[in-house]
Design a protein around this ligand. Structure first.
Ligand code: C2E
Ligand code: MG
Ligand code: MG
Length: 715
């Protein structure tokens, strides 16, 4: 059945026609053969009957007269009848009367058992028994046996012909069906072909033409109708598709855009993360590694140094008086300077070394592998030299110096923290030794640094606890041994450490910024004292007050001074502000402006400790100073050092040429005083006349003894 389902409709129709034809022909043939056979039987029976009646008629007399011979002659003619196999005549008692058997036929004649006529058809022959009657009375029977094969041959021929006809008919019906099925299949095949074409080409404009009005015609027109619908849908679909495509294209491009944006955002996020990572480990201003990264690198370097049994060095750098520049010239210039410093530091180190900025003006250099301790000093020296070159920022020529503390692994610390701390401590030592130098760590420094830390903590409370005090050192005119004025000098009465001299705590006050409130307190206290002296009638008494570089860099100084002047009603023309040379070298321009503003108030400016060698003499031309105080460190070696004496002479000559007043300070003996007097300097400050003393003693000096005599006269 499956095979039938898969064969083409053409073959199916042909097959159906053939089957129908075959069945019809078979039935017709069978009917014909049956009819032919029955007519052959009837013909044979009729023929035999006729023959039997002829024999009966001819043998009647012979039976009646019991003439066997006549009867036998009667049936003897049968040998002309080829198909008669045997014949017999019986009397009424069924006794054989005459018989005939075709030569060659063995079987004899049977005895009839009944009086009735009958015909019996056997396989190969036909038997007939016919009664012989005379005048209505049965007188005997005729028996005939005829060969049936002739009829069968006839029937066989008939069957052969019928079969031939059958096959011819089949052939004809096949040929006809082949042609006729096209009436049905041709449009169907065209339909199928069109359908396939439409399926493969998706061309819904194709149509099938048909004039027929039958079911196929209807099918085709329905198919065309369906195609119309499909085409309509297809067009709509196409429209939808193209709009969908447009939408998809738009969405795709939107998506691509979003994707690109996302990608860009991702990149940006990565960049930000990288930048954050970078910023987390680098200093934003200089781009140098920051403290975190440095500590990491030191830890790595130390474990490496430990494994390899080598030395490593850490240099702790703090720029000297950087705060001044920052405060006076502004942060922008301070930042520029720090960047230049960072560049110069980078130029001093090897590739494996690290320069980091710890914050503010503090830098650190890690030397992860050095052969000997002095290598660190060599690098430090190189850094000091590199920084000694003036830096030009916004037209300002800035001279920067640095103090460097050095610690060496493993001697000064085996852990990162310890090594950094040792470098830090030695850096402070470098500061206290006068800055602009490099100091190696020694174990004793720890004690000093602890002390410094204590001082720093205590100094913060010293003002409010009223532990600070001013002493006054008289400034004397040696011609008359008269007190011209006094210099206010601070000291700190520390509750446990006793009296701490300014040289020890003023640098701490400067570093911590405490110098600002302390400085203001000094100005106000000293002015108040001058007010008292003035009130006591000493109106010509002069007062000298020291100004720190940091104070000078703050814009508020002039107004503080103005306020103090008006508050204590002191004569500004009797005031001297002492500045040191390093003020000028750090911050020449803004210092000059502030000093000029102070001078406008009537205050004189003295250049303190001149000659100890901070900077060039050229600053003398720029700074608005009135007086030079020749430094004590310098005076100390007079008259023993010829060199110092000639320098002093040169300074004096220069000051005279510039019309500047001169004060020799730190004068301890007559020789020194005489030296200066010979040079025409009569104003002297020093232990020769008086150490710094409390305010009452100054008043005493002024009131009881208007003339001072040298205390320890060396003739
Ligand atoms: P300076 O202004 O040069 O003060 C003179 C210093 O020399 C004083 O030391 C004084 O005691 C000392 N001196 C005076 N005559 C002699 C002498 O004949 N022989 C010796 N060996 N020394 C003598 P002091 O009081 O220890 O002050 C040291 C420095 O501290 C001052 O030097 C000044 O620069 C600073 N200083 C003192 N008071 C203040 C202050 O109120 N503010 C600021 N910013 N600095 C101050
Ligand atoms: Mg002074
Ligand atoms: Mg001095």
């Amino acid at each position: 059945m499956n095979i039938i389902r898969h064969i083409s409709i053409r073959r199916k129709i042909t097959l159906i026609i053939m089957l129908v034809s075959m069945v019809s022909l078979c039935l017709a043939l069978a009917a014909f053969i049956v009819a032919e056979r029955s007519s052959a039987h009837q013909f044979a029976a009729k023929n035999l009957k006729t023959m039997a009646e002829v024999i009966a008629a001819n043998s009647k007399a012979a039976i009646i007269f019991r003439d066997n011979i006549a009867a036998e002659e009667t049936i003897e003619f049968l040998h002309y009848q080829e198909h008669i196999l045997a014949a017999a005549i019986y009397d009424a008692e069924h006794e054989l009367f005459a018989a005939y058997t075709k030569p060659g036929v063995e079987a004899g004649v049977p005895t009839p058992h009944s009086d009735h006529d009958n015909v019996l058809f056997w396989d190969n022959y036909v038997e007939l028994v016919n009664s012989i009657s005379h005048e209505g009375q049965l007188i005997g029977h005729v028996y005939l046996r005829s060969d049936f094969r002739l009829i069968q041959d006839h029937l066989s021929w008939f069957a052969i012909i019928a079969l031939l006809v059958f096959f011819c008919s089949l052939l004809i019906s096949f040929l006809l069906s082949e042609r006729l099925q096209q009436i049905i299949t041709a449009p169907l095949l065209s339909l199928s072909e069109i359908a396939r074409k439409i399926t493969t080409e998706k061309n819904y404009a194709l149509r099938l033409q048909s004039d027929s009005r039958d079911e196929v015609g209807n099918l085709i027109s329905d198919f065309n109708e369906m195609l119309d619908q499909i085409q309509l849908r297809d067009n709509e679909l196409e429209l939808h598709r193209s709009s969908l495509e447009d939408l998809v294209t738009k969405r795709t491009s939107d998506l691509e855009l979003a994707n690109r944006e996302l990608e860009a955002a991702k990149l940006e996020a990565e960049e930000i993360a990288e930048r954050m990572e970078y910023h987390a480990h680098h200093d934003a201003l200089t781009g140098l590694p920051n403290r975190h990264l440095l500590i990491d690198r030191i830890s790595i370097a130390l474990s490496h140094a430990h494994r390899e049994n080598i030395l490593a060095g850490v240099l702790y750098l703090d720029l000297d008086r950087f705060k001044l520049i920052n405060d006076s010239l502004g942060h922008a210039i301070g930042d520029q300077l720090l960047r230049v410093v960072a560049q110069r530091l980078n130029g001093c180190i090897r590739e494996d070394d690290t320069v980091a900025r710890l914050g503010g003006d503090e830098f650190m250099v890690l030397l992860p592998s050095i052969e000997k301790t002095s290598d660190a000093g060599y690098i430090g020296k190189r850094i000091i030299d590199a920084l000694s070159e003036p830096v030009i920022c916004d037209g300002y020529e800035l001279n920067i110096t640095t103090s460097i503390g050095v610690s060496i692994y493993p001697y000064d610390g085996k852990e990162t923290d310890a090594l950094i701390k040792s470098a830090d401590v030695s850096m402070y030592r470098a500061k206290s030794l006068g800055r602009n130098r490099l100091v190696y760590y020694t174990a004793e420094m720890n004690e000093e640094s602890r002390k410094r830390l204590t001082l720093e903590t205590d100094l913060r409370k010293a003002l409010e606890k009223q532990e600070l005090a001013l002493l006054y050192q008289p400034i004397v005119d040696t011609r008359k041994n008269m007190v011209l004025g006094a210099e206010a000098l601070i000291l700190w009465n520390h509750p446990t450490m006793g009296v701490i001299p300014p040289a020890e705590f003023i640098p701490i006050a400067e570093d911590t910024g405490l110098i600002i409130p302390i400085g203001e307190w000094v100005i106000r206290t000293a002015f108040e004292r001058l007010r008292c002296w003035n009130d006591a009638g000493h109106l010509n008494m002069r007062l000298a007050v020291n100004l720190s570089p940091t104070q000078l860099s703050r814009p508020g100084l002039v107004s503080i001074v103005e306020h103090a002047i008006s508050e204590f009603q002191v004569n500004p023309y009797k005031l001297d502000f002492e500045i040191t040379e390093n003020v000028a070298t750090q911050n020449l321009e803004s210092a000059t402006v502030t000093l000029k503003n102070l001078k406008k108030l009537g205050i004189s400016i003295s250049l303190d400790d001149f000659g100890i060698g901070y900077s060039s003499l050229s600053h003398l031309h720029v700074l608005p100073i009135d007086t030079i105080k020749i430094g004590q460190s310098f005076v100390r070696n007079i008259p023993d050092s010829l060199g110092d004496m000639s320098v002093a002479q040169a300074i004096i000559a220069m000051a005279n040429s510039m019309d500047l007043s001169l004060i020799a300070e730190g004068v301890e003996n007559i020789k020194q005083m005489n030296f200066f007097r010979q040079q025409g300097i009569h104003v002297i400050q020093g232990h020769l006349f008086s150490e710094p003393v409390p305010e009452e003693e100054i008043l005493e000096m002024l009131e009881s003894r208007t003339t001072l005599t040298p205390l320890n006269v060396v003739k």
